[in-house]
Design a protein around this ligand. Structure first.
Ligand SMILES: [Zn+2]
Length: 318
């Protein structure tokens, strides 16, 4: 391509058109990534997440992939961001900076829109603006404000120790949780414990009775003591011992393989899952269990139960 024949004015206008086309092309890429994520295509192709797909299959740099994925998330949440990007009011870098800020501060949707408005056309000043907004948010340690739908927006400032403990819960549960999910989990479990009636101790006169090993004998002893013992109901929960055995057997790696035999490389947040789902009669036998990363677990569920049903559990399928 040679541009030597263009006048200065023509070169300027032509550059503007080229940049507009570049933004339009980037938007097309974002739409493709969004649809890819919605149908978990990256997982089907053996990747643990969309970023790995972008780096390995699209040959994007890590930073470039990260910026595009941040933009895809924001596009889903606040679609008008697309127009602001198209017109050049917001760049991919700014969108990425805003997403990092939102992850830390967790503002409401309305607040996110305000923040995006504040950084429009601000380019290099974006980081400083976000820093100042972050400092403002930290003035009040706990703020409550009624919002639509009978809900209350609560802004909390947590200390390092609490955040560390929240991190420990995630490690124990082997999955990443949002702060809201963590608070819900802790509240539910505390309430459950508080509401539980104190356990009644059943006095069984074991001293004069022979040790009962068979269930019938156990029932007889319990009946004498006024209690009942029935066969244990099977539960979906896989025992800690079995989970440990499956982790060792599967070498602590996601077991998803593509049709060409490439295995997913994920080693974090792995879940022990049923190959034939528990809901479809699958058992806790070792051969019916395998380690999967969260995305491949979702992909598997999609194959097993179909999009319609899984839409109830996976908002990304909408
Ligand atoms: Zn995987």
């Amino acid at each position: 391509m040679t541009l030597k024949h263009l006048s200065n004015e023509e070169l300027h206008l032509s550059t503007i058109t080229a940049v507009e086309r570049e933004r339009e092309a980037t938007l097309t890429v974002l739409w493709h990534l969004r649809e890819n994520e919605r149908r978990l295509l990256f997982a089907e192709r053996g990747h643990k997440d969309l970023k790995t797909y972008c780096v390995k299959e699209l040959k994007l740099s890590e930073g470039s992939a990260w910026r595009r994925i941040a933009a895809v998330k924001l596009l889903k949440e606040i679609p008008e961001t697309m127009e602001k990007f198209r017109s050049g009011q917001l760049s991919l870098t700014q969108i990425c900076q805003a997403q990092s800020f939102f992850r830390q501060e967790r503002p409401t949707l309305e607040r996110k829109r305000e923040i995006l408005g504040a950084i429009e056309n601000q380019g290099a000043k974006t980081e400083r603006i976000l820093c100042e907004l972050g400092a403002d948010a930290k003035v009040e340690p706990c703020r409550e404000r009624p919002v639509k739908g009978g809900k209350v927006e609560v802004t909390l400032v947590l200390d390092e120790e609490t955040l560390k403990q929240m991190g420990e819960i995630e490690i124990f549960l082997n999955k990443k949780l949002s702060k809201l999910e963590l608070v819900k989990l802790m509240t539910a479990q505390t309430l459950e414990r508080l509401k539980k009636p104190p356990r009644k101790r059943v006095q069984v006169a074991t001293a004069k009775l022979p040790r009962a090993t068979k269930p019938e004998a156990q029932s007889a002893i319990a009946a004498k003591a006024g209690a009942t013992v029935g066969p244990r109901k099977p539960t979906r929960k896989i025992s800690t011992v079995t989970i440990r055995e499956i982790k060792a057997r599967d070498n602590n790696q996601c077991q998803y393989k593509t049709s060409t035999g490439e295995q997913c490389e994920a080693r974090l947040y792995l879940q022990t899952e049923h190959k034939t789902p528990w809901a479809k009669g699958g058992t806790h036998e070792h051969q019916n269990l395998e380690l999967l990363c969260p995305n491949h677990n979702q992909w598997r569920a999609l194959q097993q139960f179909g999009t319609q049903k899984m839409k109830l559990y996976q908002p990304r399928l909408e």
